[in-house]
Design a binder for this molecule. Structure first.
Ligand code: ADP
Ligand code: ASP
Ligand code: MG
Length: 459
């Protein structure tokens, strides 16, 4: 699909705001987030995630829970999360039946998944998290005096049919939005679901775990929003995940390129694809904490005043490394072409590559809704084995340093590798992007390495 290139200007009067799971975790969090929306009169479209923890439970059910008692326990937990918000509403009766109906549907689908799981069924089941939370959030908005309406994003969020990691179709999304959603935005605040979409046949799809950020960016693009706000549980993007290094510091302003690298290389604060639509339409993105909006946050824009050599450190877990070795590769042509033909045929998406005379190493990443460490499909494994020796390693983490002019700056590498003397590195990628230097390490070494590097470079 070719990118959407619209000639119309951005509309400063429209802000799209996205609230993640912790920002809609319970009644208190939802009320806080609703007030952020109400306090900014330009916020016309709000996309929210499922309540915190709900998607994890739904994924577990979708993976097939055969034990009826355990299934019941999980569904009871889901009911409790949503009932506790209902209990604090002034008029729970406005939405109680709809919540009950969705939870009943989850129970039925969970039985089906226990009998036979599938990617399509997983998406159908997992989508209920966002379908539920949007009922509650809209009601809270209305009880706070706003004129809000719940909208089913599947009306406009058109994707292909790759269940679990569907690709959005921006031109269709724009067209459907203009037809069906823009008229509503003129008069009301629209509350809708992140993460979910639907294919041409109307079947429910999802954009992969953490996909609500991406949904919000796609919708910001479709309505030509002047600003996209991502509200989460930290006041902006930090030099690294504060859970890795408590002394990480917030970044006030960062370029699209650097922030995209951070998202792609594991900074969970943004789904990897979030900035693609924002970059296409040059929409400034704000990242802040719904718990403490007064603390400000990070602005992500096309150009920024500072471009430091090292901006941030990111860590991506669950990496699978495939090493293909063959003496036929030596001075031959066509070998790599054949490898990539096989990988493409089996829809294996390759992430990083490093080659030597007789071998090629590549990593696969996993961002599907189903979760787990990625594996090589059996068909691809068999075809590659006919061509060369295939070795697979798991239990690996990718550590990335994100910054500017890294490949052109003398000494940038030694600063990094001096810290790593005592550790074995499985693969290094450097030079392809001026914004990134990354290497694979054993999972057990990832935290100490990341913490050491952060201390040396950023603290
Ligand atoms: P949400 O549910 O709002 O989408 P996520 O849990 O997906 O929130 O993302 C927010 C989390 O991202 C933070 O709590 C933090 O632990 C993590 N994170 C990872 N990298 C960074 C970073 N560089 N800066 C800030 N937070 C980060
Ligand atoms: N609820 C989905 C998830 O937990 C999507 C999101 O929160 O962005 O992955
Ligand atoms: Mg997220």
């Amino acid at each position: 699909m070719s990118p959407v290139i619209s000639s119309s200007a951005l509309n400063a009067e429209i802000t799209v705001a996205k609230f993640g799971g912790t920002s809609v975790a319970d009644f208190v969090a939802m009320s806080r987030s609703a007030k952020i929306v109400i306090n900014n009169p330009t916020t016309k479209l709000v996309l929210i995630s499922a309540c915190s923890g709900v998607t994890n439970i739904l994924v577990e059910l979708a993976n097939g829970v055969a034990d009826a008692e355990h299934r019941h326990t999980l569904i009871t937990r889901l009911r409790a999360i949503h009932q506790s918000v209902l209990a604090d509403l002034q008029q729970p009766e406005m939405i109680a039946d709809q919540i009950d109906a969705l939870l009943d549907q989850v129970s039925e689908l969970a039985v089906k998944a226990a009998e036979h799981k599938s990617a399509e069924l997983t998406d159908q089941l997992v989508a209920n998290g966002e379908l539920l939370s949007t009922y509650l959030f809209t009601q809270i908005m209305n009880e706070l005096g706003a004129d809000a309406v719940r909208y089913d994003i599947r009306e406009v969020m058109r994707t292909d049919s790759r269940f679990g990691k569907a690709s959005p179709e921006p031109e269709m999304i724009r067209q459907l939005t203009e037809e069906k959603l823009l008229p509503l935005l003129q008069t009301q605040i629209v509350v809708s679901q992140g993460f979910i979409g639907s294919d041409e046949q109307g079947r429910t799809t999802t954009l992969g775990r953490g996909g609500s950020d991406y949904s919000a960016a796609l919708m910001a693009e479709a309505v030509d929003a002047g600003t996209l706000e991502i509200w989460t549980d930290v006041p902006g993007m930090y030099t690294t995940d504060p859970r890795i290094a408590p002394k990480a510091t917030p970044i006030k302003e960062i370029s699209f390129s650097e922030a995209s690298e951070m998202a792609n290389f594991g900074a969970k604060i943004l789904h990897p694809s979030t900035l693609i639509p924002a970059v296409r339409r040059q929409i400034p993105v704000f990242v802040g904490s719904s718990r403490a909006p007064e603390q400000g946050g990070t602005w992500i824009r096309k150009s920024v005043t500072e471009a430091p050599l090292f901006r941030a450190l990111a860590l991506r877990s669950n990496q699978t490394l495939i090493t293909l070795t063959s003496l036929n590769m030596f001075h031959a042509y066509g070998f790599l072409a054949e490898v990539f033909r096989i990988l493409a045929e089996h829809k294996v998406s390759v992430d990083l590559i490093s080659t030597s005379e007789v071998s090629v190493s590549l990593t696969m990443d996993q961002t599907d809704t189903g979760g787990g460490a990625p594996t090589l499909p059996p068909g691809a494994h068999a075809a590659l084995s006919e061509l060369c020796r295939v070795e697979i390693e798991q239990d690996l983490c990718l550590i990335s340093l994100i910054g500017n002019r890294m490949s052109q700056t003398a000494g940038s590498v030694s600063t990094v590798f001096d810290t790593l003397d005592e550790y074995k590195l499985r693969m290094i990628c450097y030079g392809a992007s001026p914004h990134n230097l990354c290497f694979l390490v054993k999972t057990e070494h990832a935290m100490p390495i990341a913490q050491n590097l952060h201390r040396k470079i950023f603290e």
